[in-house]
Design a protein around this ligand. Structure first.
Ligand code: ZN
Length: 282
């Protein structure tokens, strides 16, 4: 399955990853430059094609919503073009700490990328903010807000981006729609805390880190609430495994039934359970 390029508003385009793969967002300014939000080196051709098809002459800024490889691994590619890369201090610190090992592990299945991109390596953001910052391009005002409650929610860098002129909110991986989330790098209680203020946010269009974009604030709130309830339910069930009240299998079944029956990426359920119980990645 291929990605879909969706026009979200007059100047916003989202590359919606197939089957819940990572979304990338392009905000096009009136001079043809663009702010690009997240990019994965494994899917750089899709990103470049989207920039071309949407008529963007150049990327003015790259923004990392958080530190995970599928959102930051193309930093190298854009840094080579002298494009400034924005991220939260939380994202930067997480990349400094876990980035090198994570980068090598994620590239192991695709060693050819080292040949295609000579010198390919973990590349840190170079414009870093603590709580909030603003980015401007002609006709574009973006507010970046750090939202990782207690420094660690879905990730340590969780940032949302709000495009004022067209009222579009990019939620990063604090929100997954229609697919099971990746929870094992996260802190679920903090993630629940981080979601609460998002119930009250204002926007016309909402773009999650994974899954389809959402039309309207009412539908968006329902998705944020659903995300919250999923995580709360899952966390309660992990406690039940730990205390011996439920087996892993029972919990895995529960997370794929009822309200969750139709969610995609079901393979994440078992991985989320296993990672939490073993504390190991993969
Ligand atoms: Zn993530």
């Amino acid at each position: 399955m291929d990605s879909t390029i969706r026009q979200i508003s007059k100047s916003v385009y989202a590359v919606i990853g197939p089957e819940g793969a990572t979304n990338f967002t392009i905000v096009k300014a009136s001079d043809g430059s663009a702010a690009l939000i997240d990019a994965d080196i494994r899917r750089i051709d899709e990103v470049e094609e989207a920039l071309r098809l949407t008529g963007c002459a150049r990327v003015g800024y790259l923004i990392d919503t958080h530190e995970h490889f599928d959102h930051t691994s193309a930093n190298f590619y854009f840094a080579q073009k002298q494009i400034p890369i924005f991220a939260s201090a939380g994202c930067l610190h997480a990349m400094q700490e876990d980035g090198p090992a994570d980068f090598a592990r994620m590239l192991r299945p695709v060693p050819e990328l080292y040949e295609r991109f000579s010198g390919l390596c973990l590349t840190l953001p170079d414009v870093v903010f603590e709580k909030a910052t603003e980015i401007r391009l002609p006709g574009v005002t973006l507010s970046l807000e750090y939202r990782a409650a207690n420094g660690h929610s879905h990730s340590k860098g969780d940032t949302t981006i709000y495009f004022h002129e067209e009222e579009v909110l990019v939620a990063g991986d604090l929100l997954y729609t229609e697919v099971h989330p990746v929870t094992f790098f996260g802190n679920i209680p903090n993630w629940l805390t981080a979601l609460k203020p998002l119930f009250e946010c204002h926007y016309q269009q909402l773009i999650p880190g994974h899954g389809p974009a959402v039309d309207g604030e009412q539908a968006g709130r329902a998705y944020f609430k659903r995300m919250h309830d999923y995580l709360e339910d899952f966390y309660g069930h992990l406690a039940d495994i730990n205390s011996g009240r439920k087996s892993r299998e029972e919990v895995a079944r529960h997370m794929q039934s009822g309200a969750y029956t139709r969610l995609g990426k079901t393979r994440m359920v078992e991985r989320n359970i296993n990672q939490f119980l073993t504390g190991k990645w993969f």
